[in-house]
Structures are given as C-alpha cells and as structure tokens.
Write a protein that binds this ligand. Structure first.
Ligand SMILES: Cc1ncc(COP(=O)(O)O)c(C=O)c1O
Length: 413
C-alpha cells in the first residue's frame, strides 16, 4: 500500500512546525568527548563541525558523573558479569543483583522504605499516577508541571483534574477545598524543580496544606513529587527539593537516574506497601524491560560518590559555579530568575530573538537550549543554561564573554 497520501499530510504538518520557528530540527551528533585539561572543563566535538570544540551548557549531568571513571568501571564490570541486557522483564527473570542493590540504595538515600526502578522517570510518573488513580480520585497539578505529568493525567481516568496556577498556594488550597465531598482521594502532583526555569516548588507549604485537609477525604491526600532535576543538584547532600525546602510529608518521590546521577532510568521511592502495589499493578513496570545491569551498577556507584566527601565537594563547586554564572548574566543586564538551581534561564521573551542568540552561541562554541512556545508559554521564551560540576571558572567566563559581545553587537542598538 502506498504511503503517499499519508506522507502528504505529515509533510504539511512538518512545514507548519518549521514555519512557526519551533522545530527542533536535525539532532546534532556528538562524535567525541575531550576530557578536562588545565583551566578548561570538558569539550565536545559534533558531526559536521570538524575540530571545533564546544562547551556544553545544556547537559543534565549536573555533577559531571556520566563520564566518571568509577561509574564507567562499575558498568563495564557488571556487563562482563551479567551481560549487557536483562533479557526479560523484572518479574520473569530480568532482576539482577545490581537492580536489587540499587533499589535498596535509593530507598535508603531518600529515607524511604522501598524503591521501584523503572526504565525512565517519564514511565515512573505514568506508572504511579495511572496505577494509583481510581474513578473516585481527583488529581491536582501545577500548571507548569513536566510533560510526563500532563500525559499521565490524560491517561489516568480520575473523577476530575484540577490545575492550579504555577506555585500559587492560594489557588492550590482553593482546588483542595472545592474537592471536599467530591472524591475519596486527592493525588497532588508537582515537579520538585521546574526544569524550564530552575525554580523549585514550595514543598513545605504543599505538604502542610495536604496534611491540613487530609482527614476531609475518605482515603486522604497523597503528595507525589517528581524531583528529576532536584535530586543531586539541590541541597548540601543532594537530596533535592525536599532537602532545600525541609518538607516533611512527601508520600511518593519520583526521580531520574539520567540527570545528576549521570546514568539512565527512573525510580519511585515510598512506603513498602505503595511499592509492593506498584510492582503488582503498574503496567509501565510489569510489561517492559528494566534498565541494564550495567546501568544499575553505575547508579550504585553514583550514589556512593554523592554520599562521599567527593560528592559534597562536587555539590559545593556546582553551587558556586551556578552563583557565578547567574550573577554574570545579571551583571551583563540580561534577565534571569533567582534560584540556587543550576538551570539558569536567560529570559528573552521572543521566539526569533531566542533563536538568533542560540545560533550565535553555537557559532561561538557554546551549546545552550532555546525554549519556545509551546514548550514554554508565549512571552516566556528563554535560553536555558545548565551549569554542571565539571565546568570551570574559565568555561563560564568564556560563555559570559560570548554573551557580552552579542549584547553589545545586537541588543544595544
Ligand atoms: C520533571 C521531569 N520528569 C521526568 C523527566 C524525564 O526523565 P527521564 O529521561 O528519566 O524519563 C524530566 C526530564 O526532562 C523532567 O524534567
């Protein structure tokens, strides 16, 4: 059968995405990683750009662990011992020692009773929300929550879905109050760190309000936090948004192994009953392979590093580099947002201007991400810079230098 007619409609769609200026375009291919040398942090080579070296200001590997020798060694050794793929889903015969060990370590790391590994944080969120939701549940969510939460809410079949204004606690409380008498349970769900802007959720207040109204619902209020960008990036010990807000009462914590931990995969930490139930019922866990044995072993190594003096030093360096870069943007007269998080937004507020600055940075050897509508609301278009612990002062001065020249040449007129 010919696909011609179908391809016609797709081509029209693609053309309109390109016209709107929001196309992601061709994916750039990293061909080499150049290790840090002297004042310089790591550099990257890209396919089609020869020897031109790039500073990566758009990596989620906040602690630089993805290239850490201990993680690489752990992955290699596990692959030699157990093979490179699990060969089955967890409950059949796909559970290896590194999976079990990583679950134990993550539960202890988050001070929870148990942990469930999944293939990504995205599927963790889908699994938790879809599995725990009943027809007598109302889901309450922040309007800027990550796409995985938005899609989880669409897939779940709750009695109602309520979205409160971004981090607006009066609106959040109002959504709880208007749900009284309407359902048995509320699932409150929020990002820990909102990844577009590096701002974190007021978890302390969210937990206090959940506690205040808990008894008004037959099966209570359950607080779920996806702290994929917070864990390993915020707090003196890297425990993320919970640590920095001192929140008590997050019932279920979801996060990724693919950002600060430098590996790949996702997980859920909670009470042993919640995790047991998810192992029995979560379709996004039961019917799909886990991360590899090597990835799990590398995850174990990452936690060991984070909980050592090396980890504390990495967190301190990350924090001081973040402060330096954010202050640098402000000194140059760019608009940014206050937060201790290594996602440092440069608010441009126009799609075309954002694209122009991202292209200029690229031409000058800096990889940064332009975020346009519909990923962010219209008027909030921005460039997202991500500082990480392998950046040096020299790296960040170089990037700020490029931004200074751009501003002088293009925005001062
Ligand atoms: C809040 C949040 N959840 C989930 C994810 C996805 O993580 P993973 O790559 O592990 O699916 C991201 C990544 O951008 C995120 O920001």
């Amino acid at each position: 059968m010919s696909l011609a007619k179908y391809i016609d409609t797709l081509s029209t769609e693609i053309a309109s995405i390109e016209e709107s200026g929001t196309a992601k375009g061709h994916e750039r291919v990293v061909t080499a990683f150049i290790p840090p040398a002297e004042k310089k942090g790591p550099r990257f080579l890209l396919e089609g750009f020869g020897d031109k070296q790039f500073i990566r200001m758009n990596s989620n590997s906040y602690l630089g662990l993805s290239v850490h020798p201990k993680l690489i060694k752990a992955e290699e050794e596990a692959a030699k011992k157990y093979g490179v793929g699990p060969g089955a889903v967890r409950f059949i015969s796909g559970t290896y020692k590194p999976h079990a060990e990583l679950e134990r370590k993550l539960a202890a790391f988050h001070h929870r009773e148990d942990c469930l590994l999944t293939s990504s944080a995205y599927t963790s969120v889908l699994g938790v929300i879809v599995t725990l939701c009943t027809p007598e549940t109302i889901i309450i969510s922040d309007e800027l929550n990550h796409n995985c939460i938005i899609n989880a809410m669409k897939l779940a079949r709750p009695k109602d879905r309520k979205v409160y204004r971004h981090v607006n606690m009066a609106d959040f409380e109002h959504k709880i109050v208007e749900s009284i008498g309407q359902c048995e349970t509320i699932l409150v769900v929020t990002d820990g760190v909102f990844s577009m802007r590096g701002v974190f959720a007021p978890l302390l207040t969210i937990c206090e309000l959940a506690e205040k109204y808990n008894d008004m619902f037959l099966r209570g209020i359950v607080v779920i936090v996806d702290d994929s960008h917070g864990v390993g990036a915020l707090g003196k010990t890297g425990r993320g948004t919970e640590e920095i807000t001192q929140a008590k009462g997050v019932d279920i914590i979801v996060a990724t192994l693919g950002k600060a931990f430098g590996v790949n995969g996702g997980y859920v930490c909670s009470s042993k009953e919640v995790i047991r139930y998810l192992r029995e019922r979560n379709q996004f866990y039961i019917f799909t392979n886990p991360i590899t044995q090597g990835e799990a072993a590398a995850g174990v190594a990452a936690i060991d590093i984070l909980d050592s003096s090396e980890g504390r030093d990495l967190l301190m360096h990350l924090h001081s580099m973040t402060v330096f870069f954010r202050n640098g943007l402000i000194a140059l007269g760019y608009e940014t947002l206050a937060s201790p998080h290594p996602v440092v937004p440069l608010l441009v507020r126009e799609t075309e201007k954002t694209a122009k600055l991202v292209a200029y940075l690229f031409d000058h050897g800096v990889l940064a991400t332009g975020l346009n509508y519909p990923i962010v609301p219209k008027g909030d278009q921005l460039i997202r810079f991500q500082v990480n612990a392998s950046h040096t002062l020299h790296d960040l001065e170089t990037v700020l230098g490029v931004l200074a020249t751009f501003k002088r040449q293009h925005w001062s007129k």
